[in-house]
Design a binder for this molecule. Sequence first.
Ligand code: AMP
Length: 116
Amino acid sequence: MAEETIFSKIIRQEIPTPLLYQDDLVTAFRDIAPQAESHILIVPNKLIPTVNDLEQDDELTMGRMFTVAKQLAKQEGIDENGYRLIMNCNQHGGQEVYHIHMHLVGGQPLGKMLNL
Ligand code: AMP
């Protein structure tokens, strides 16, 4: 059984983080340490630790994450100029919170995709 992270507490609103979106499958809120003008996290309500743990039953949820990202990008006014969607996996991917999440970042030019 995977261990819960702070994201589960935010999803259940046990930590009063303002939510930008929530439905039966996903929740979105602003990143606490934004790395761009606009930096939002879109998180499945179900605890899935990493992309490696995804199952076929999660496909609807993963699709919802994309349509919510699109909706929030429009709401933020960054859809026309563009933005980046990122999911980090495990150590080499730079994952810090082991409850998968999609980063929606934009609001400024984002430069090269990778700085290795
Ligand atoms: P990752 O490195 O892909 O696992 O990203 C984890 C992200 O979660 C980082 O960008 C953190 O700033 C963000 N984060 C950690 N704790 C919180 C929190 N309590 N509220 C919002 N964002 C958080």
